[in-house]
Design a protein around this ligand. Structure first.
Ligand code: NAP
Ligand code: MG
Length: 501
């Protein structure tokens, strides 16, 4: 695919047709109440669309439609091999519409166009391909019982599945749930974050074009405490799969308990420890990779290595390198293909992230680079990469998820102190250790309570591996074949084959 220039991206942005109605039963519909909310771009403050703002009535309608689609078997009743072909067609259409989808993502939530095209859209199409390709290769089981009976263990779709997702990787977080849910034959209702509803709507439109029948993949847009809550409390939603903050994840547990005990999958927050030890041969390389991962996607990453725990003997060299890399991340026009740091998602979040600069100073950490907003003349939301040095793990900048380009450095004196510090957090999503000592690598990776441990790397990524957290980082795993289990019920069927006597 030929890559576009900044001028061409701006021209495309100006000419973009934006669909801002919801997709229910294959139709574009406004909210029953007629309400809308404004989608404004954090790139430059431009108005993008008035998006349908759903209420309980719309949620009820979407659930009814999804249930009817599930019951009549228009999708759930199709052979896995048929679902595969449609999902692969969907993936092809996502690839064919790469520029438009990437543009919607960038304009709506601010990430750079080079990331939207080369990371988000590519990973989303790959996800639908992968689960489509997998689904006709997964077998049911016969249990090894006594010969008088056959016990079949079969997997059945949950039925109506809702997915509620955040704004940092809007399409990708949605696809990690929607792809395995559709592959296993469920009907789906997707509720995107308010800050990033536009790409979800376009995805549902492309799904229809690919041949996913109306009513099988619906998108309901609106306010979390209203639409997300209504889905969480709905008596006819069988499973709810959420990615977002730990606080809202806890609400979903309450909604499930207060309604029908619907199954939950929760991918929540993180404050990932990244341990650089003096036993790693190339301190500069470790620090460079760590800084790139910390500032990637403006730090709006659940796996952001936001707590850098460093052995004191290499502390100085690490911080010097971090500052050097931070300076190479200049917030720029997200539509410029050379920009490596885009806009923060919105004004409110920018303000919240900026509060941590004063907090760091009050707590006694050193702000060694950054700490200020950037490009304010554009009307957009930008923050310079920021490093807090000489922090201690009890500070708010070490305990709370900042979700911005802010890295907290905590010096320690030993491997044991590094492990204790790493585990002193309510979160347990990702983690890393840098060492060339095999025994230490084992000790630390076994000692850290987290769903992901990187040894001498960060942010390695592949659909084949499970993704999710320990502790308050969530319940369940996205990605890999394991994720398919979340969207099915196991049914045991005993068949007497011994005859009557
Ligand atoms: P959020 O505030 O928790 O929102 C996530 C979703 O939940 C949005 O669609 C939101 O809708 C909805 N929601 C908000 N309040 C709700 C309520 N009371 N009841 C039901 N639904 C509600 O998270 P965010 O700010 O969008 O995203 C950042 C968070 O996501 C971070 O904590 C990050 O770590 C986490 N995250 C985790 C992973 C992972 O895989 N573990 C991946 C990415 C992000 P509205 O937008 O309309 O409010
Ligand atoms: Mg939100």
């Amino acid at each position: 695919m030929t890559e576009l220039s900044i001028k061409q991206w701006h021209a495309k942005a100006d000419a973009l047709r934006i669909q801002s109605k919801m997709v229910i039963d294959g139709q574009f519909v406004g909210a029953a109440s007629g309400r809308t909310f404004v989608s404004k771009s954090p790139v430059d403050g431009r108005f993008l669309a008035d998006v349908a703002c759903a209420g309980e009535e719309d949620v009820n309608r979407a659930v009814k439609v999804a249930r009817a689609a599930y019951e009549d078997g228009r999708w759930s009743g199709r052979a896995p091999a048929e679902r595969k072909l449609v999902l692969r067609q969907f993936a092809d259409l996502i690839r064919a519409n790469r520029d438009e989808l990437a543009l919607l993502e960038t304009l709506d939530m601010g990430k750079s166009i080079s990331d939207s095209t080369s990371i988000d859209v590519r990973a989303v199409s790959n996800c639908f391909d992968w689960y489509g390709e997998a689904i006709d290769k997964v077998y049911d089981e016969i249990a090894p019982t006594a010969k008088e009976a056959v016990a079949m263990i079969t997997k059945e779709p949950l039925g109506v599945v809702a997915a509620v997702v955040p704004w940092n990787f809007p399409m990708l977080m949605a696809s990690w749930k929607v792809a395995p849910a559709l592959a296993t034959g469920n009907s789906v209702i997707l509720k995107p974050a308010e800050q990033s509803s536009l790409s979800a709507i376009r995805l549902a439109e492309l799904a229809l074009e690919a041949g996913i029948p109306p009513g099988v993949f619906n998108v309901v847009t609106g306010d979390g405490p209203e639409v997300g809550r209504a889905l969480g409390l709905h008596m006819d939603v069988d499973g709810l799969f959420f990615t977002g903050s730990t606080q809202v994840g806890k609400y979903f547990m309450e909604y499930s308990a207060q309604s029908n005990l619907k199954r939950l999958g929760l991918e929540l927050g993180g404050k990932s420890p990244n341990i650089i030890l003096s036993s790693y041969r190339d301190t500069k390389h470790a620090a460079t990779t760590s800084a790139h991962s910390a500032f990637f996607n403006q730090g709006e990453m659940c796996t952001c290595p936001s707590r850098l725990i460093v052995e004191r003997s290499v502390h100085e060299e690490v911080v010097e390198t971090l500052i050097e890399v931070a300076k190479s991340y200049t917030p720029g026009d997200p539509l410029d293909p050379t920009t490596n740091m885009g806009a923060m998602v919105d004004e409110r979040h920018t303000g919240r992230v900026m509060e941590f600069v004063d907090q760091a100073k009050t707590d006694g950490a050193d702000v060694v680079t950054g700490g200020a907003r950037a490009r304010q003349d554009t009307g957009g939301c930008y923050i310079n990469p920021t490093i807090f040095d000489n922090a201690t793990n009890d500070m708010r900048i070490a305990q709370e998820e900042i979700f911005g380009p802010m890295l907290t450095v905590i010096p320690v004196d030993s491997v044991d102190e590094a492990i204790t510090t790493a585990n002193d957090s309510c979160y347990g999503l990702a983690s890393a250790v840098w060492t060339d000592d095999l025994t230490t690598a084992h000790k630390v990776s076994k000692g850290i309570r987290a769903g992901l441990v990187y040894v001498n790397c960060y942010d390695c990524d592949d659909l084949t591996v499970p993704f999710g957290g320990f502790k308050e980082s969530g319940i369940g795993r996205d990605k890999s074949l394991h994720a398919l289990d979340k969207y099915v019920e196991l049914k045991t069927t005993w068949i007497n084959v011994a005859g009557r006597d």
